[in-house]
Design a protein around this ligand. Structure first.
Ligand SMILES: [Mg+2]
Length: 312
């Protein structure tokens, strides 16, 4: 793998090869650190608490990166930021990091556009994210502007520069191409091919120092209640598509996801069929684990570095 590229043909094959196994109640696995070659790390609550590194966890990552013992990948659903911004945060904690180690649904979106061969995409994104995607797709000749006659895909990201005009453009494009003619929806264009619609992740809210603030979930709901438009795919945690670049390099038993949220981090591990390391340095508490109805995590540790000590 180079420069964050993922194997084009296999990408959505991987998604199909990993149906949800969350409800199968598989027995608690014996976590064997010696079999692991790659860790997929959540950031907030796992390696960072807000802007501050969790020192012991970060030292564990630095030491094992430098020794080459494990390969690390860093996982985020947040598509309001470019991968470079996460690289800056991780490198700011003195962790050596390269672009292909950052797993964001923007990578999945790029792979999806390439796999489908789309050339005209209405990308709803901030200017910096749009510039990032334009650079990534420069070789494929993809336009990312609103173009009602040519757009083949509407791609929604967590756009913190969202405007009423962008939402109205998305719904009018859907009306022109996907809605059957009716008194409510009389508008049609010459191009009668239905337009595809995807969203980068499903999060309803984004945690902040002011409490939960709107994320992409509300934006999807806004569109849906306007004219019924729903995405054909929603990338990001808990969809295992986000782990495709890791699964292309390592066998499932060689991979573990480490994170502090059962409903996102554990869910993506379960959906991809890989072990989950639950850290207690973030959101999940021992009380949450006692009340949890799903299969237990492969191992529960105070902080990521304690994975070295094995199960209690
Ligand atoms: Mg977290």
């Amino acid at each position: 793998m180079s420069n964050g590229a993922v194997p084009k043909r296999e990408f959505f094959g991987i998604m199909c090869a990993f149906p949800s196994i969350e409800k199968e109640k598989k027995p608690m696995s014996k976590f064997d650190l010696t079999k692991k070659k790659a860790f997929v790390c959540d950031l907030d609550g796992t390696l960072f608490m807000g802007p501050n590194p969790i020192e012991s966890a970060v030292k564990f990552v630095i030491d094992n990166t430098k020794s080459g013992r494990f390969r690390y990948f860093y996982l985020t659903n947040n598509t309001s930021k470019c991968p470079e911004e996460y690289m800056k945060k991780i490198a700011g904690a003195a962790i050596p990091v390269t672009p292909e180690q950052i797993l964001t649904p923007l990578i999945t979106l790029e792979a999806y556009i390439r796999e489908k061969g789309y050339k005209s995409v209405y990308l709803i994104a901030s200017e910096k994210v749009k510039a990032h995607m334009a650079a990534r797709l420069a070789d494929a000749g993809v336009s990312l502007d609103y173009d009602p006659e040519r757009n083949e895909l509407i791609a929604l990201t967590y756009d913190k520069e969202l405007t009423y005009a962008k939402l109205a453009d998305a719904t009018s494009l859907w009306n022109m191409r996907n809605c059957p003619p009716s008194p409510m929806c009389p508008v049609r264009t010459r191009n009668q091919t239905p337009v595809d619609f995807v969203a980068t992740h499903p999060d309803n809210c984004c945690p902040s120092e002011r409490g939960p603030i709107p994320d992409i979930g509300g934006m999807m709901k806004f569109l849906e209640i306007t004219n019924g438009m729903k995405p054909s795919h929603v990338f990001g945690k808990p969809s295992p598509t986000l782990l495709a670049p890791v699964l292309a390099e390592f066998a499932p038993e060689e991979i573990a996801v480490v994170g502090d949220r059962l409903y996102t981090d554990k869910a993506i591990a379960d959906n991809a069929g890989v072990d989950f390391v639950c850290v207690l340095s973030g959101e999940t508490t021992l009380e949450d684990l006692a009340a949890y109805k799903g299969t237990p995590p492969a191992i529960v540790v105070e902080t990521f570095d304690k994975v070295e000590c094995g199960p209690n």
